[in-house]
Design a protein around this ligand. Structure first.
Ligand code: SF4
Length: 250
């Protein structure tokens, strides 16, 4: 972990939850505009399976702000965690988000920055406004602000165009051939739905095959579990990635 050094009692640290996504980038831009970057920290929880271009974007975007990235890491990938806790993450329950992202970031905050002299910034946008109260509650006693809930509201496309206008190439997962709405876990987020996983099968068959094999190992351990659920015909049942691949390529 990176030490922030000693602070005077009047200093406030501005900590952006930096994910490598365009929302956290736009958040950092607004925080920098409001407070400068002298006491700004980009806090990144690495889950070790991000798309390589996320790291390129993160590095370049941080450098534009004159900052480095403060990285924390549990040391496990999502599938390694699922195996350890004997639970396969899915779009209803995703322990990876809490254990691999929130907890390492929280441990860093506890070690480095007092809540009364720290503000956290989370990059949810106006379309995700409903999530703000729970996020703020989850980070107590640190205070959380959501700069993207301030006007003017920006869509993801607005933010991508903003980055492009500053000659910053947006992360690969937002543009063709991926065209995803989120830049996380290389596109293989357990919270994503059938549509995204089907797209990933097409654009990154090797990555899909790895996820499929990892899910199959979890099924050997735990029985009939799956990341996805099939809700056709008015019933809900696990939809293994292997079945999705067969269905898609048949
Ligand atoms: S992006 Fe998805 S798979 Fe990755 S840690 Fe977050 S919830 Fe888990």
């Amino acid at each position: 972990m990176t030490s922030t050094g000693t602070t005077s009692t009047t200093e406030v640290w501005h900590v952006v939850q930096w994910s490598g996504g365009i929302g956290s980038w736009a958040t950092a831009q607004r925080v920098a505009a409001a407070h400068g970057t002298d006491r700004m920290i980009l806090l990144f929880a690495d889950v070790l399976v991000e798309h390589p271009d996320l790291y390129r974007f993160s590095r370049q975007a941080a450098a534009r702000l004159g900052l480095g990235v403060t990285r924390v890491c549990d040391g496990r990938t999502p599938f390694e965690l699922f195996s350890d806790v004997r639970f396969l993450g899915n779009n209803r329950i995703a322990p990876c988000s809490r254990i691999l992202k929130q907890l390492p970031a929280r441990r860093w905050l506890e070690a480095e920055l007092p809540p009364d002299r720290t503000v956290l910034y989370v990059g949810i946008d106006s379309f995700e406004k409903h999530r703000a109260p729970a996020i703020a509650k989850g980070w107590r006693p640190w205070r959380v602000e959501f700069p993207l809930l301030q006007r003017p509201h920006l869509t993801k496309d607005d933010m991508l165009a903003w980055a492009t206008s500053l000659r910053l190439r947006p992360p690969a997962l937002y543009v063709p051939p991926y065209n995803l709405r989120h830049n996380n876990c290389g596109g293989f987020c357990v919270r994503a739905g059938i549509r995204q996983w089907t797209r990933m099968l097409t654009v990154d068959p090797d990555g899909f095959a790895e996820a499929e094999a990892a899910e199959a190992r979890m099924r050997d351990q735990l029985g009939d579990v799956a990341i996805l659920r099939d809700r056709r015909d008015g019933r809900s049942r696990p939809l293994p990635l292997a079945e999705l691949r067969h269905r898609t390529t048949a």
